[in-house]
Design a protein around this ligand. Structure first.
Ligand SMILES: NC(=O)C[C@H](N)C(=O)O
Length: 310
């Protein structure tokens, strides 16, 4: 059963013309992360690899391709958590870097803190030699178009939000049985400047504990925070539920209690995994025992032998 890695490319409604890009993006990220695990890398190495590749892919709402805030600027959130030690690192409202997930890992590895925000996070990035990138390099035509559309007086903000949720995340178990999670996002379209979502908050955007498993979440951040979705799912696993049943229970609770939609990828330390969502779609992919699994719509589950995958 080990190793295993599962990634998501955000819960929401993916326009038809963009769905192939989302699927191919999560599949190639999961293949690279799986290669890291097969090469003896840790679950932390694997989830950071997957999240970084998805941040670099402009089809997703993380790193390059992030949605814009009300002012038309990019502010990103990211989180990593290590299930062996419960160490975590996060950044929120960070600007001008290509890979927030890498900076989150540096917060975990190099500071005694769990989260750095805004200008302080940028200063830390500089001190670690992380290159600063111009904001323009993180903005795509598509995200600028959607930002403008959402500012129009007749805009339907709910519909626009669902058009591209696109947060990215991963969970993995390595051959030593250690679990880890990573999540990275540009947040919610046309958010207020300084808005911090669920993604960098442990228990909400993700959680990893070798005693129960690991979860990375996506969806409406304010709803996810109200129910601390990731920790809620692991609670159900601690009570004996499977990764799949616990994920469904957590998502159903969020829907009935606060009307929130979203999606999750979940693993337990034995390598059982789930990719579940209450939104219309969620691009997801998993790799285990030489097989690639992936899907986009509810109930969809394709498989492919990894050696044959191109
Ligand atoms: N697309 C998402 O998953 C958005 C993210 N959860 C946020 O609220 O910032």
């Amino acid at each position: 059963m080990l190793p295993v890695v599962v990634v998501h490319g955000g819960a929401g409604h993916i326009p038809k013309e963009r769905s192939d890009l989302s699927t191919s993006g999560v599949c190639s990220a999961v293949r690279s992360a799986y290669a890291v695990l097969q090469g003896g890398g840790s679950s932390m190495d694997a989830v950071v690899e997957a999240a970084m590749l998805l941040e670099n892919n402009p089809s997703f709402n993380a790193g390059c391709g992030s949605v814009l805030n009300l002012k038309g600027e990019v502010e990103m959130d990211a989180l990593v958590m290590d299930g062996k030690t419960l160490s975590s690192g996060a950044v929120s409202a960070v600007r001008n870097i290509a890979n927030p997930v890498q900076l989150a890992r540096l917060v975990m590895d190099k500071t005694s803190h769990a989260c750095l925000t805004a200008e302080g996070a940028s200063q830390f990035a500089r001190s670690m030699g992380v290159p600063e990138v111009p904001q323009e390099s993180l903005i795509t035509e598509y995200s600028r178009m959607r930002w403008k559309k959402n500012l129009a007086p007749d805009a339907n903000p709910v519909e626009c939000q669902m058009g591209k949720m696109g947060t990215v995340g991963a969970v993995a178990v390595d051959t030593d049985g250690n679990v880890a999670c990573a999540t990275s996002t540009g947040g919610m379209l046309n958010k207020m400047e300084g808005r911090v979502g669920d993604t960098p908050c442990i228990g909400s955007g993700g959680y990893a504990d070798n005693m129960s498993g690991a979860v990375s979440t996506t969806g409406h951040g304010e709803a996810i925070m109200k129910v601390t979705l990731a920790r809620h799912i692991l609670f159900h696993m601690e009570q004996g539920q499977s990764a799949e049943a616990a994920s469904d229970l957590g998502l159903a609770h969020m829907k009935s209690r606060v009307g929130g939609l979203g999606g999750v990828v979940t693993v337990d330390p034995q390598g059982n995994w789930a990719a579940r969502f209450s939104s219309r779609q969620m691009a997801w992919a998993a790799a285990q025992k030489g097989t690639l699994h992936y899907g986009l719509y509810t109930g969809e589950h394709f498989t492919q032998i990894i050696e044959d995958a191109h």
